[in-house]
Design a protein around this ligand. Structure first.
Ligand code: KIV
Ligand code: ZN
Length: 456
C-alpha cells in the first residue's frame, strides 16, 4: 500500500531568517532557495514581502528563478499585505499566498486589541481577498495551540469556506506537548466542516525542545504538511528541524509510514550552506548534520563500529550526505581504533609495540584532546627508533596544535565481518559501501574477552 505523502514546507528563508544573526541578502537567499530545490522540498516560503524591500525582491527573484516547488509569500490578514505578497509572487510557476492572523485571547487582547468576532471576520475577508488573486491560499491562526478550541474550529471553518486550501496550526510559542498537539489536530478533523478538503499543516516552535516530536504527532493525527527549517533555525529556540523530521520518517517507517520527496543525501550540504551563509555554526551534537552526529570516540563504540556499523549507527552517513563516519582519536579511544589508524598510515605493529604506542598515545591525548595523524606519526617514529618512555614526544612538551584527528571509517569492515550494513540496516537508506577494505590484523591475537577490553 502507498504511504501517505507528506508535503515538506521549508520556511528557512522566512521564519528561519527571523532568528537573530540569520538574516540573508537577496543573493544569499536565492542561492539557498536553489539548494532547497535540489533537496526536493515541496514548498519554499521565500519571505514576507511587505516586511522590507529586500524581502520583496528576494521573493520576486526566487519566484522567477526556482520553478519546480511552490513559492509562498507571507502576509498579515489585511489587503495591503496580501496585495504586496501577490505582487512579489506574480512570476512564480506555483505561487502560494500565506495569510496569518493570531487567534488566541492573549494575542487578541494584548497585541491586536480586537474581539474574537473581529478576528473571525478579518481572517475570512483576508482569505477571500487572497483567493481572488491566487488559487493556492494557506491560512495560519497564529498561536493556535493557546487558542480556545471551539473558537479555533470556528475560524478554521470560516477560512475553508472562504477558499483556503491549506490550514496551518502553529504552535507559535512552542508550548504544546506531543499528545496535546495530536489531539488538537484530531479535534479539528472531527469538528470542522470540509476539513477533508484542505491540507492540515504543522508549524511547531522549539521552546521546550519538542518541535520535531510535536510535528510528528501532528502527522500521526492526520496533518499532511510539515513546516520546518534547515538546522531548525527560527524565532527564539527555532522551528522543527527539516533534517530531523525527514530522517525520523525514513529511519522509523514502522512508526511513521509516510513519504517525503526530500533527497536526503543533500541534507548535509544544505545544512553546511546555511551555516556558511549565516555564519551561524551548526551545534556539534546536532542530530543528523552536526559534526559529531557520526563521530565515535569512546573505545567501546569504536570497537563496535569497526566490527559492524549497525552497532552504533541507525543510518549511514552517506544517506544524509555526510562524507563518512569519523572515529575521533582522543583519550577515550581504544587500541582497536588506534591500530587501524596506524595501519592506515602504513604501520603495522606487534601487540607489544602497539601497547607502547597506545600508552604514549593516551598520555598525549589527555593533554591535547584530539590526536592528529602527524602526532601519531611522531609517536610511531619514536617507538620505532627505540626511544624510551621518559623520552617520548608526549612528555617532552612538543607543540601539538589541537585539531581534530579523525579516522575515516572503513565501511567494508562490516562486509569483511560477514554483515552487509546497507542490506540489514534498519533505516534501509541509500549509501555506498564507502572506503576500501582495511584488514584488521589483530583478531587472532587475543581471546573474545581481550577483544572486548581492547575496545575500552
Ligand atoms: O509561528 C508562527 O505562528 C508563524 C506564523 C506566521 C505561521 O510563523
Ligand atoms: Zn513560526
Amino acid at each position: 500500500m502507498d504511504r501517505p505523502r507528506i508535503t515538506i514546507f521549508d520556511t528557512t528563508l522566512r521564519d528561519g531568517e527571523q532568528s537573530p544573526g540569520c538574516s540573508m541578502n537577496v543573493q544569499e537567499k536565492l542561492r539557498l532557495a536553489q539548494q532547497l530545490d535540489r533537496l526536493g522540498v515541496d514548498v519554499i516560503e521565500a519571505g514576507f514581502p511587505i516586511a522590507s524591500d529586500g524581502d520583496f525582491e528576494a521573493v520576486q527573484r526566487i519566484a522567477a528563478t526556482v520553478r519546480r516547488p511552490i513559492i509562498a509569500g507571507l502576509a498579515r490578514a489585511c489587503t495591503g499585505d496580501v496585495d504586496r505578497a501577490w505582487q512579489a509572487l506574480q512570476g512564480a510557476a506555483h505561487p502560494r499566498i500565506h495569510v496569518f492572523l493570531a487567534t488566541s485571547d492573549i494575542h487578541l487582547k494584548y497585541k491586536l486589541r480586537i474581539s474574537r468576532e473581529k478576528c473571525l471576520e478579518q481572517a475570512r475577508e483576508a482569505v477571500r481577498h487572497a483567493k481572488s488573486l491566487c488559487a493556492d491560499v494557506e491560512f495560519s491562526p497564529e498561536d493556535a495551540t493557546r487558542t480556545d478550541v471551539p473558537f479555533l474550529c470556528q475560524v478554521v471553518e470560516a477560512v475553508i469556506a472562504a477558499g483556503a486550501t491549506t490550514v496551518n496550526i502553529p504552535d507559535t510559542v512552542g508550548y504544546t506537548m506531543p499528545e496535546e498537539y495530536g489531539r488538537l489536530i484530531r479535534t479539528l478533523r472531527e469538528e470542522v466542516a470540509d476539513i477533508d478538503k484542505v491540507t492540515i499543516s504543522t508549524h511547531c516552535h522549539n521552546d521546550l525542545g519538542l518541535s520535531v516530536a510535536n510535528s510528528l504527532a501532528g502527522v500521526q493525527a492526520g496533518a499532511r504538511q510539515v513546516e520546518c527549517t534547515i538546522n531548525g533555525i527560527g524565532e527564539r529556540a527555532g522551528n522543527a528541524s527539516l533534517e530531523e523530521i525527514v530522517m525520523a520518517m525514513r529511519v522509523r517507517p514502522d512508526r511513521y509510514p509516510y513519504e517525503t520527496a526530500v533527497a536526503s543525501e543533500h541534507l548535509y550540504s544544505s545544512s553546511q550552506m546555511l551555516a556558511e551563509i549565516t555564519r551561524v555554526p551548526v551545534q556539534p551534537n546536532k542530530a543528523i548534520t552536526g559534526r559529531n552526529a557520526f563521530a565515535h570516540e569512546a573505545g567501546i563504540h569504536q570497537d563496535g563500529m569497526l566490527k559492524n556499523p549497525l552497532t552504533y549507527e541507525i543510518m549511514t552517513p552517506q544517506s544524509v550526505g555526510v562524507p563518512d563516519s569519523r572515529l575521533v582519536l582522543g583519550k577515550h579511544s581504544g587500541r582497536h581504533a588506534l591500530a587501524l589508524r596506524c595501519e592506515q598510515l602504513g604501520h603495522q605493529f606487534e601487540r607489544r609495540e602497539l601497547d607502547e604506542i597506545y600508552r604514549r598515545f593516551v598520555v598525549l591525548a589527555d593533554r591535547i584532546k584530539k590526536v592528529q595523524d602527524s602526532h601519531l606519526l611522531e609517536l610511531i617514529q619514536d617507538v620505532s627508533s627505540g626511544n624510551g618512555s621518559n623520552n617520548d614526544a608526549s612528555s617532552q612538551g612538543k607543540k601539538f596544535p589541537p585539531a581534530a584527528a579523525t579516522l575515516p571509517f572503513p565501511r567494508a569492515v562490516s562486509a569483511a565481518a560477514g554483515a552487509n550494513a546497507n542490506d540489514s540496516h534498519p533505516a534501509h537508506v541509500s549509501g555506498s559501501a564507502g572506503q576500501a577494505t582495511v584488514s584488521i590484523p589483530f583478531t587472532d591475537h587475543h581471546s573474545e574477552q581481550e577483544d572486548y577490553l581492547w575496545g575500552v
